[in-house]
Design a protein around this ligand. Structure first.
Ligand code: SF4
Ligand code: SF4
Length: 372
């Protein structure tokens, strides 16, 4: 994600502290030593084989700590988007909500400096204003991910804050977006919400999921259209093939993703993209990154979701259990077939932010990106 400079500096300080003093109990592997040696993709990224012939692990692979908490206070939504895994996977508990105090306890328990409130539609959560204020009081940065339809009616429950962003879901121009969310008029309502939030002094970003059918020229058209409203940043995410979504046609392979993002540099120069340059290079196919899903833990009605925002193999009662009981080394490309084509930001942005597989010149790129 792209942050204001103070936010970038705060995050850099947090990463530095955790690199220097990682919590020992979070760095253990659950698998026995030697397991996965033939297939672990991290080994490609690790140091060169020494005289013993064994590769040394990349130092950051075993420095696990959270960067962004994905907080899902509810899974209910007023829409039924084609590619949404949440409303399908959590259908049995869709009427339930995480109590406000429990949401704030999860924020404290995790300790990540940034919280992404998602769902479901968070603006359907009755205490969303109190929840956001409570997280901001804890000195965190907050992204509220919304389809935008309830912004106008609930805006009075929020106060502008330099650490708070509305993040509005827009998958294309009006016709395409309304098709993706399976309802006419959604684009217009989202834009009305965006305009109202900007007029009231809030910071607003957009989030676009890129599917196999997405025309990247239309995404450029969308960004050009949004420029007039002074949008503060854009996030582009390649769609992940949820097993809960029974439509394989809309999801992409890694090769498809590389093709879609091959001209991303041009967009990056012209518009404020939230993603870090190393992550965009990963999407382009010019850089490899390992999955570091522990960087973006998810909390919802069932507890701490492991291993990641996308795959559910377990729900843990405590954050400590998520960090210590998840067999992290068993996930990622080459270890789990479900990870094969995943290039989602929840697994790979932390790797970019942590400087894994860094190249000379990355620091300058990151500084230029932060200053833009
Ligand atoms: S708006 Fe978001 S939560 Fe609601 S159905 Fe669409 S993708 Fe799912
Ligand atoms: S590669 Fe993707 S699906 Fe697999 S664990 Fe990482 S984030 Fe989850």
């Amino acid at each position: 994600m792209r942050f204001p400079l103070s936010m970038t500096a705060g995050m850099a300080g947090y990463i530095f502290r955790n690199k220097m003093r990682p919590r020992r109990e979070w760095q253990q592997d659950s698998a026995a030593p030697g397991e996965n040696n033939g297939t672990n993709p991290f080994q490609i990224l690790h140091g060169q084989a020494g005289t013993s012939g064994r590769r040394t692990p990349h130092p950051m692979i075993r420095k696990r700590f959270p960067l962004v908490l994905m907080l899902e206070p509810l899974h209910a939504c007023n829409l039924t988007c084609t590619g949404c895994g949440r409303i399908r996977e959590y259908e049995p508990t869709i009427g339930q909500r995480v109590p406000l105090e429990e949401c704030l306890a999860a924020v404290d328990e995790c300790g990540a400096p940034m919280v992404s409130i998602c769902g479901g539609e968070p603006l359907m959560y009755p205490q969303i204003g109190q929840l956001t204020a409570g997280i901001l009081e804890r000195n965190k940065h907050v992204y509220l991910c919304t389809n935008g339809m309830y912004i106008v009616r609930r805006l009075h429950e929020f106060r502008p804050n330099r650490r708070f962003f509305f993040n509005i879901h827009l998958d294309g121009m009006e016709k395409t977006h309304d098709l993706c969310v399976e309802r006419d008029g959604v684009f217009r309502e989202a834009i009305a919400g965006l305009k109202a939030a900007k007029a009231a002094g809030f910071q607003v970003c957009t989030n676009t999921t890129v599917y196999k059918e997405t025309d990247m020229k239309e995404i450029e058209e969308l960004f050009a259209y949004l420029e007039q409203f002074g949008v503060d940043g854009h996030q582009l995410s390649p769609a992940y093939g949820y097993s809960a979504v029974d439509d394989r046609e809309i999801f992409m392979t890694r090769d498809d993703i590389h093709e879609k993002f091959k001209d991303i540099e041009r967009l990056m120069k012209r518009y404020p993209l939230n993603q870090t340059p190393p992550y965009l290079e990963f999407l382009q196919g010019t850089r490899d990154l390992p999955c570091t899903a522990w960087g973006t833990p998810t909390y919802n009605i069932k507890g701490w979701k492991g291993p990641c925002y996308l795959i559910t193999d377990a729900h843990y009662r405590t954050f400590e259990e998520l960090m210590t009981k998840t067999p992290w080394e068993s996930y990622g490309r080459g270890n789990d077939p479900r990870c094969e084509h995943c290039m989602a930001h929840c697994g790979y942005e932390p790797s970019a932010a942590l400087g894994i597989n860094a190249k000379p010149g990355d620091n300058l790129k990151m500084l230029t990106w932060a200053l833009r």
